[in-house]
Design a protein around this ligand. Structure first.
Ligand SMILES: *[C@@H]1O[C@H](CO)[C@@H](O)[C@H](O)[C@H]1NC(C)=O
Ligand SMILES: *[C@@H]1O[C@H](CO)[C@@H](O)[C@H](O)[C@H]1NC(C)=O
Ligand SMILES: *[C@@H]1O[C@H](CO)[C@@H](O)[C@H](O)[C@H]1NC(C)=O
Ligand SMILES: *[C@@H]1O[C@H](CO)[C@@H](O)[C@H](O)[C@H]1NC(C)=O
Ligand SMILES: *[C@@H]1O[C@H](CO)[C@@H](O)[C@H](O)[C@H]1NC(C)=O
Ligand SMILES: *[C@@H]1O[C@H](CO)[C@@H](O)[C@H](O)[C@H]1NC(C)=O
Length: 683
């Protein structure tokens, strides 16, 4: 009876034991994982959680509170992983190079430590030393969201208490509400809900979007992936750079929950804090009416509120509010550019990476050249009013009517409002002022595109008539002028429609991405808009299966030796083809490495992007790469030489992101001039 009462009491203490936090452990929690991005062997690499100094018994208790033990010195990669992890701690001046750390001992009577070079030794149990706890939370691809309560961890962030969890790569806090749920067609405001105890173990709802019924208008959530949870009073200098990511999807789709952008790999590989946000989409995010208050850009407003949330709370999650890099691809790049000139956003970030921004002609126009509110009327508002029967004379009645329309119906109408507009508050200029004509954030920028970015935005030729196919992608100059110019030669390959596509894809890449993105960089340089600009072009790509237009043109050709494609063969390097590399997320989808270069290239891309977030320079330093044991990236960047920013004497410096990476110069200058989009377009 007494025994069973005792065991009942014991089980009760286990149940009510608080979720571990820096406060209960009297320690910051540093997540250590030597991530080589080879997801197929991720589980062979044991991570660790670093706990601040205490005696051996207290270290064992702290690990137990995390449902762990002290780290065991076994495991196939123990020596190399621990060597790199400890060397990186010393590099950061976190602990001295000769520091001893508690690890597990095979005997309860002795205590063991590990030090520099993975040297294991026995020592007095009473020493006060930092501890390496084991880290047993499993590696999980996106399809597996099973979470054991024992991986949970709690963070106190100002007025919030947030419980997230960890997996094999990082701490994760999902589905945090950053804004109050806004009334439809009004601007969101910073979260001030009465719920302060937040369960951040599951994604929040994605925003309402076409082609999916799972969205909600209550969707203003963000996800945080971090390698570091500081205790109160931790010096700001130990905080990590923040990568604030804005997803793409034409301003009509997408979500920050997309595993393509899962931040775990970048958090561990690059030692950064990743924030992925949702923002309102389509007509719910971008409708503007001429009523003086419904001024559009609700989605852009959401981003500025998320940035304000990050400024207020991110330090509790290990992020440095003074080192926030905003980044996004496609519509995410358009958003990044809008924020670069937004009075509501300037000051809330310190660097930017617009990737594959659409700028120029045809489909690209509106992403970079904004409508006024009156201009939106015939383009989107009238068709929406006609389709919903909301064409009332009184503007209040229009709004009331549109608020009653089912959200999914609204975003599935044939015409939707998916455009940034000049609203006078969030967006005040007709485009990013790369000519210095109005204020923009004076922050360093990395920008660029895929070599064949335009190939995903046109149809595949139905015939081999070059004249009519050119006419289908370009209104002027005329096809005969294009052909006569000799600037867009038709290759004489074995596949005649593919030869025609080579020309139409090149024209489209030039007019929708390359010419004006390059021109914008040159103009921004000449007008000192940004302190530094680095420009890239990806010549290696891994197309996302979910977005693979004109398949198989964007996919590496398959042969017997390369069942998943041979990237060394020629194919189109299309829109979105850089995402898996930059984010290191092939493992989220259990996608194979196609050749021996995919893995080192992914390491290079992740190391380059995170270096920019960390140091505002995309060239990871030799000292950093050496300290971390990132030998492959080190060899690649040493061979390639520095990726130089644009300078007035070298205003066309281009980094080709390929294997190996190399230095080049802006492409298609003659073509851009001929197309009326010269490199001096913005003056
Ligand atoms: C990745 O891990 C797998 C499985 O352990 C291994 O066979 C392969 O060689 C590794 N790839 C590289 C490039 O290290
Ligand atoms: C948090 O959410 C998870 C997943 O839905 C659930 O299992 C858990 O019980 C929740 N925890 C709390 C404290 O509500
Ligand atoms: C809305 O009504 C006005 C007159 O009341 C009319 O001029 C306009 O064409 C209508 N617009 C649509 C989209 O039906
Ligand atoms: C190719 O298309 C052009 C423009 O549509 C047309 O004028 C021409 O006759 C076509 N040529 C052939 C060989 O069909
Ligand atoms: C030409 O290439 C396209 C795109 O890869 C392919 O769909 C088509 O089958 C090829 N045609 C021939 C004749 O090989
Ligand atoms: C397009 O044609 C050029 C030759 O004009 C060739 O160098 C290039 O590799 C071709 N692109 C693709 C993706 O096949």
């Amino acid at each position: 009876m007494i025994a069973s009462l005792a065991s009942w009491l014991l089980s009760l203490t286990v149940v009510v034991a608080a979720t571990p936090s820096p406060k209960t452990l009297s320690s910051s929690l540093t997540f250590l994982y030597q991530n080589d991005l080879n997801w197929t062997s991720a589980t062979d690499h044991a991570g660790a959680i670093l706990i601040e100094p205490r005696n051996n018994q207290a270290a064992i208790s702290a690990c137990a509170a995390l449902s762990e033990n002290l780290l065991s010195a076994n495991g196939p990669h123990f020596v190399s992983d621990v060597t790199s992890l400890l060397s990186y701690l010393a590099f950061q001046d976190h602990y001295p190079a000769e520091q001893e750390y508690w690890i597990a001992s095979p005997s309860a009577k002795t205590c063991r430590t590990v030090t520099k070079g993975a040297k294991v030794q026995t020592t007095s149990c009473q020493k006060t030393l930092p501890a390496l706890c084991s880290q047993s939370a499993p590696y999980r691809p996106a399809s597996d969201q099973d979470k054991d309560p024992k991986w949970r961890v709690t963070v106190s962030a100002e007025d919030l208490t947030v419980t997230g969890y960890r997996d094999h790569l990082s701490f994760r806090f999902l589905g945090l509400p950053y804004a109050n749920t806004p009334e439809r067609f009004t601007y969101s405001t910073l979260y001030s809900g009465s719920r302060k105890d937040l369960n951040a173990t599951d994604y929040g709802s994605q925003c309402v979007q076409a082609g999916s019924t799972s969205g909600s208008e209550d969707c203003l959530f963000l996800n945080i992936f971090t390698p570091f949870i500081p205790k109160a009073g931790t010096p700001l200098s130990t905080l990590k750079p923040v990568m604030f990511h804005i997803h793409g999807g034409a301003f009509t789709g997408g979500t920050g929950n997309d595993a393509t952008f899962d931040g775990g790999a970048l958090a561990s590989r690059g030692d950064v804090v990743v924030v992925d946000i949702n923002y309102r989409l389509s007509t719910l995010g971008f409708l503007a009416l001429p009523d003086g208050t419904t001024n559009g850009n609700f989605g852009i407003g959401d981003m500025t509120v998320a940035l304000a949330w990050v400024q207020r709370y991110i330090s509790a999650f290990g992020g440095d509010p003074a080192r926030v890099t905003i980044l996004g691809q496609s519509a995410g790049a358009a958003a990044t550019r809008a924020l670069l000139a937004s009075p509501e956003a300037i000051g809330k970030f310190a660097a930017a990476i617009p990737m594959s921004n659409l700028v120029g002609e045809n489909y690209a126009t509106t992403y970079s050249l904004y409508y006024t509110i009156p201009q939106l009327q015939p383009v989107a508002v009238d068709p929406i009013l006609a389709a919903t029967g909301c064409n009332e004379t009184d503007s209040a009645a229009v709004l009331m009517c549109l608020r009653k329309v089912d959200a999914n119906t609204l975003v599935n109408l044939p015409t939707v409002a998916r455009f940034v507009v000049i609203d006078g508050k969030y967006v005040t200029s007709k485009q990013l002022p790369v000519d210095g004509s109005s204020p923009a954030a004076h922050v360093p920028v990395v920008m660029g595109f895929m070599r064949d970015d335009g190939a995903a935005f046109i149809g595949y030729p139905q015939n081999t008539n070059i004249t009519s196919n050119i006419a289908s992608v370009l209104s002027s100059p005329s096809p005969s002028e294009v052909e006569a110019s000799g600037l867009f030669p038709v290759p004489s390959g074995t596949n005649a429609t593919l030869d025609v596509f080579n020309v139409t894809a090149r024209i489209t890449t030039d007019v929708e991405f390359r010419c004006l993105d390059q021109a914008a960089a040159i103009s921004a340089l000449n007008h000192d808009v940004f302190p530094k600009i680095w420009f890239y072009q990806f010549d290696r790509s891994y197309q996302t299966p979910g977005f693979d237009p004109n398949a198989p043109v964007c996919d590496a050709p398959i042969d017997a030796a390369h069942p998943h494609g041979d990237p060394s063969k020629e194919y189109f390097k299309c829109h979105s083809g850089e995402l898996y590399f930059v984010w290191g997320t092939l493992g989220q989808f259990q996608l194979p490495f196609r050749d021996d270069n995919d893995l080192p290239f992914s390491q290079l891309a992740a190391d380059t992007w995170s270096a920019f977030a960390r140091e505002h320079d995309p060239n990871p330093s030799t000292a950093y790469l050496k300290a971390r044991g990132y030998t492959s990236t080190l060899a690649l960047v040493e061979k390639a030489g520095e990726w130089k920013p644009l300078t007035k004497g070298n205003d066309r410096a281009l980094r080709i992101m390929d294997m190996p990476p190399r230095t080049a110069s802006f492409q298609d200058e003659a073509q851009c001039k001929f197309l009326g989009l010269p490199f001096n377009y913005y003056g």
